[in-house]
Design a protein around this ligand. Structure first.
Ligand SMILES: C[S@@+](CC[C@H](N)C(=O)[O-])C[C@H]1O[C@@H](n2cnc3c(N)ncnc32)[C@H](O)[C@@H]1O
Length: 291
């Protein structure tokens, strides 16, 4: 109950964060876009797996004329669309109904306004209505084999229960030589517990210990409604390599260097390296072998 209360509180606090969020989503979009322009075929068919509630990349790629489909395991869609509420109701996901209600009524308008300002053109519900969206069970995306040139995922892999099943599904959907660009928010990082430390560059919480989610002297459970598989960068890379050919691995955003004292390090199991603790994100570019 307390964890649920904290989630609701976080939604209210997020009202003032939409400028920051929109700026980050725009910067991430530019990086995804650059990778696609550089590595994919011309006019690629793109899949955004786990496209989320804000639909940040689905909206932007759609507005810029790309052929993109977003997929999700929970209900998402245009602001106040009844379909998404019925979908959550049908699947008994009441938490998702509350999250969507909070998003639609408190945050979505501000987010669209800020993203429009940054992009220099109006973006919002009309782009979501124009976009292609597919809701599906976690490991079975109802699309034919070899149907897309590019798969993108942002902050999805750390939430996936069966990572290998999703990778096998991605391999099935990708055309030979197709590319995957996945950005992962790493669990051992300062913000990786998805708790009050979510944005250490903005807020340094005083009542939650830094790296409390990986320390042996702290209790931790993820916020309610959030699943985290707790994998490290090297665990993901090992699994990716079983299916795809890795082109590049780039760490993005280092955080918490000045907070990682020897006293805290003593409390963290040694299978987490210092890089594991300081790198917020990794972006991995991969290719499906041609045969
Ligand atoms: C942190 S959100 C990121 C959403 C979006 N990509 C973004 O950048 O705003 C993670 C999303 O991954 C979705 N997800 C989790 N497991 C999934 C799976 N097996 N297949 C597709 N999506 C999944 C969740 O429903 C959630 O919306």
């Amino acid at each position: 109950m307390i964890r649920f209360h904290n989630r609701v509180k976080a939604v209210f606090e997020a009202r003032n964060d939409q400028e920051f969020q929109a700026k980050r989503d725009f910067e991430t979009y530019l990086r995804f876009n650059q990778m696609i322009e550089r590595y994919a075929n011309k006019q690629p068919k793109i899949l955004d797996i786990g496209c989320g509630m804000r639909l940040p990349f689905l909206m932007q790629f759609t507005q810029d004329g790309y052929d993109i489909t977003g997929t999700e395991v929970v209900a998402t869609g245009p602001r106040f669309s009844l379909n998404k509420y019925f979908y959550s109701l049908k699947h008994g996901n009441f938490f998702n109904i509350i999250e969507n209600l909070a998003w639609d009524s408190l945050l979505c308008g501000r987010y669209h306004k800020e993203l429009s300002k940054i992009r220099g053109k109006k973006i919002g519900n009309s782009e979501i209505r124009k976009s292609k969206l597919l809701l599906h069970p976690p490991d079975a995306i109802n699309l034919p084999n070899n149907c897309v040139d590019v798969i993108i995922t942002n902050s999805v892999f750390e939430h996936v229960k069966d990572t290998m099943a999703l990778l096998i599904e991605m391999n099935r959907l990708l055309k030979p030589n197709g590319i995957v660009y996945s950005q992962i928010h790493l669990f051992p990082s300062l913000s990786g517990g998805h708790n009050e430390w979510a944005w250490p560059q903005k807020i340094k919480p005083s009542n939650t210990p830094p790296w409390g989610h990986v320390r042996v002297d702290c209790d931790y459970s993820p916020p309610s409604g959030i699943f985290l598989n707790r994998l490290r960068q090297q665990d993901f890379i090992k699994m990716f390599e079983e299916i795809f050919k890795i082109i590049s691995i780039e760490n993005i955003d280092r955080e918490g260097k000045n907070l990682l004292t020897p006293k805290i390090l003593e409390k963290i199991p040694s299978y987490y390296s210092k890089d594991d603790l300081l790198n917020r994100n990794v972006a991995v570019l991969m290719r499906k072998p041609s045969s």
